[in-house]
Design a protein around this ligand. Structure first.
Ligand SMILES: C[S@@+](CC[C@H](N)C(=O)[O-])C[C@H]1O[C@@H](n2cnc3c(N)ncnc32)[C@H](O)[C@@H]1O
Length: 379
């Protein structure tokens, strides 16, 4: 069975793992000792790899059939393995080696020296080296946290920056303090919706359009709903700015009444729901926080595809730096609004199963709970 390595960005590796897993549902994820490297086992086509890296927020590259070297005293065994690798997986066209360092400098190992040796090997095998615009890049990650080197033909840029600086929320024509950071919005859309061609994505409470923009930019059939006409108008401006001619649909209406709001052809076809609810009393003024979430979850079920998933984001009291792991199943968290146990039972009662929860550290007085749930089939 094929075995590849995903190289994750450093922002939130635990969320990035969940994202890769959602985008490649048929791959088995195996943790390596390092924070940011995971092995992916399964038959993944080159086009699935490309689609994953292009859309992911938290994955900087996939290394095809990667050689993984761990804890050896010297690196000569690694160089020998690379020789065998290059013979087993030849490529046509110019090449370059791209070295990436995770978690600082690896003691006793020079990335430049390794890249030079591998470059020499490529030359002696007849490859032409083109450092500016090679047809293929051989990605080599040196992970100092675990003393691991992973190397293989690379899909993706390998950039640590996730390309979102070109579309910061504050640069959009319509910005509000509630606007979600595109990095988190993209990740949530991916975790909720899975591969881009699985089905449609619905942002249940669109606001300025944080999720809608990311879903549309990643080529998904996209819907956004908001009660407030000013938000719908502003989100449309943001969408036109980020993606002129997008087919995403912004709908004025109540997320607790989705059967009335969504066009008929979208009913039972929403496979990814994303929800960033308002705080305190909602614009209805009639439902409290947990009741609003309950009504929205019930309503979402009525338009959901049979295998739908949902990601909910809630503000919480800070938890310290976010851990590299999902929260333990029974971990309690202190939400800024309402009680965790109320939210938990709301999911159970409305037919959603909570899969995993993560915490994001925002600043000294704010954290975020990110929750992933899956629809429970009805009897
Ligand atoms: C926290 S904001 C969403 C922010 C958004 N994620 C962004 O990036 O801008 C919550 C939104 O929910 C909307 N809202 C409140 N109650 C609603 C309901 N019942 N149905 C639909 N939208 C609702 C509010 O108008 C507000 O725009």
């Amino acid at each position: 069975m094929a075995s590849h390595v995903a190289s994750l960005r450093g922002w939130h590796p635990a969320l990035a793992r969940a994202e890769v897993s959602a985008l490649l549902p048929h791959a088995k994820l195996i943790r390596l000792a390092s924070r940011r490297l995971v092995r992916l086992e399964g038959d993944i086509s080159p086009s699935q790899m490309q689609a994953t890296v292009e859309r992911a927020s938290g994955c900087q590259a996939l290394l095809c059939h990667a050689v993984v070297w761990e804890h050896e005293v010297d690196t000569s065994a690694f160089i020998e393995q690379m020789q065998t690798y290059l013979e087993a997986y030849p490529r046509t066209g110019s090449v370059a080696v791209r070295a990436m360092k995770h978690e600082g400098k690896m003691a006793g190992v020079s990335s430049r020296e390794l890249a030079r040796k591998i470059g020499g090997m490529l030359s002696s095998q007849g490859y032409s080296i083109d450092l500016e615009s090679p047809v293929h890049r051989l990605g080599m990650v040196l992970d100092a946290s675990a003393g691991i080197i992973a190397c293989g033909w690379m899909v993706g840029s390998g950039d640590d920056s996730d390309g979102i600086t070109s579309r910061r929320a504050t640069d959009r024509p319509f910005f509000k303090p509630v606007s979600l950071d595109p990095r988190l919005a993209r990740l949530a859309v991916n975790v909720a919706s899975g591969p881009h061609d699985k089905g449609a994505t619905l942002d249940l409470m669109t606001g300025t359009g944080g999720f809608v923009l990311e879903a549309a930019l990643s080529g998904r059939e996209t819907y956004g709903v908001d009660l407030d006409p000013l938000m719908i108008e502003g989100a449309q401006k943001n969408l036109d700015w980020a993606m002129p001619n997008s087919e995403a649909k912004l709908l004025l209406g109540d997320a607790t009444q989705l059967l009335d709001v969504l066009p008929l052809h979208a009913h039972n076809r929403i496979c990814g729901f994303v929800l960033d609810p308002p705080y305190g009393r909602n614009s209805h003024g009639s439902l409290d926080h947990a009741d609003l979430i309950r009504s929205v979850l019930q309503s979402a079920r009525m338009v959901a595809a049979p295998d739908a998933d949902l990601v909910l984001i809630l503000p919480m009291h800070p938890f310290g730096e976010h851990p590299d792991e999902a929260l333990k199943v029974d971990a309690s968290v202190e939400l800024l609004h309402g009680q965790w146990h109320e939210i938990e039972s709301t999911f159970v009662e409305t037919g959603w199963r909570i899969n995993q929860r993560w915490v994001e550290h925002v600043h000294a007085s704010l954290g975020r709970l990110i929750l992933h749930a899956t629809i429970v089939p009805q009897d």
